[in-house]
Design a protein around this ligand. Structure first.
Ligand code: ATP
Length: 199
């Protein structure tokens, strides 16, 4: 589904990786090993060499916003550009169900961004990503600020996404989560992927 060939970017690569439809790949590595840079290179957010294709469509063959909608990147600290929460969503009312599942107040759309806790920002960032219905999720420590219940829901949302034919790259520092979420697991070492034992 996602085919990465000879991907090179700042401090990363060359990386070759196939992520099959329905599969979540877990990724870990020491702080500063390049995990975020790898996800950003796949998402076409930084200049990169090599090729990345989704379902046979090379990213060079489509406008960058289309690629980024289909290959959706969730940074460890999602960015905000407006004062109100709802302004960051196409249709907040359509996101209320996700909000409730993730333990957020469904009225959070009416809130200001300034009042959000770190965990609220993280969950709202994920909902914002899912609203675009990406085929591939690139999640950078998506549960680092979450409690156990919200973490479990995030993991369930990822498995539902994969069961529906999508795929995911999931960065985590948590060893048990690494084993839980990934059908395959890799360690990033000096910018290169090293496959670890399957969970
Ligand atoms: N724009 C940049 N210019 C120069 N170096 C950078 C730039 N962005 C990141 N780096 C460096 O690249 C290295 C990898 O960064 P990256 O954010 O990918 O690490 P990471 O593996 O995600 O770490 P962590 O687990 O701490 O989030 C770091 O040493 C970082 O300082």
């Amino acid at each position: 589904m996602l085919e990465i060939r000879g991907l090179t970017s700042l401090h990363v690569g060359p990386v070759d990786l196939d992520v099959a439809a329905g599969t979540c790949v877990a990724l870990r590595g020491r702080s500063g090993s390049g995990k975020s840079l790898l996800l950003r290179a796949i998402a076409d957010l930084d200049p990169a060499g090599g090729s990345v294709a989704l379902e046979g469509n090379d990213r060079g063959s489509m406008p960058a916003p289309d690629w980024r909608r289909q290959v959706g990147y969730l940074p460890a600290e999602p960015g905000w550009w407006a004062d109100g929460v709802a302004a960051h969503f196409g249709d907040w009312s359509a996101c209320r169900e996700f909000a409730e599942r993730l333990g957020l107040d469904p009225e959070a759309g009416d809130w200001s961004v300034a009042r959000l806790s770190t965990g609220e920002r993280q969950r709202l960032g994920l909902i914002r990503l899912l609203e675009n219905k990406p085929r591939c999720l690139l999640l950078d420590e998506p549960t680092a600020a979450l409690d156990d219940a919200a973490t479990e829901t995030v993991e369930r949302l990822v498995s539902e996404h994969c069961a529906a034919g999508g795929c995911c790259l999931f960065v985590t520092h948590d060893s048990s989560q690494f084993a839980r979420v990934g059908a395959r697991g890799f360690r990033l070492e000096d910018g290169l992927l090293v496959e670890e034992a399957a969970s």
